[in-house]
Design a protein around this ligand. Structure first.
Ligand code: AMP
Ligand code: ZN
Length: 113
């Protein structure tokens, strides 16, 4: 998707603070962090959202969660962390390229979940 900012980040056309990369996914620090550690993990392939996932994306999403677990260890989030993926307008999704927020480094409240 030529006008997608996360596709541009994957291609290196927009700079980002890279945390991890492999052939299927890319992780970088959120530009507007909501916690001391706030990282986004995205598939390199453009997928709009959780709502747009297809059966052929299962391996990619499963891989992303293994990467999330590795990043949490590397970032020393041993006390816990939260993984969030906003899907669609009601959830407040602002970038329509599937992404998983990793939030940690602070004791989180009990709001919403
Ligand atoms: P969401 O609201 O769930 O769609 O999350 C989109 C996230 O992308 C927000 O937390 C933004 O701060 C973040 N974001 C938008 N543009 C960039 C960028 N260029 N680099 C890093 N994070 C970004
Ligand atoms: Zn994209």
């Amino acid at each position: 998707m030529s006008d997608c900012i996360f596709c541009k980040i994957v291609k290196g056309d927009i700079p980002s603070a890279k945390v991890y990369e492999d052939d299927r996914c890319y992780a970088f620090r959120d530009i507007n962090p909501q916690a001391p550690t706030h990282i986004l993990v995205i598939p390199k392939k453009h997928i709009d959202s959780v709502a747009a996932l297809k059966p052929e994306d299962e391996a990619t999403v499963g891989h992303i969660f293994t990467v999330i677990s590795k990043i949490a260890k590397d970032e020393h989030l041993d006390a816990g962390f939260r993984v969030i993926s906003n899907s669609g307008a009601d959830a407040g999704q602002t970038v329509n390229h599937l992404h998983f927020h990793i939030l940690g480094g602070v004791k989180m409240g009990e709001g919403l979940i």
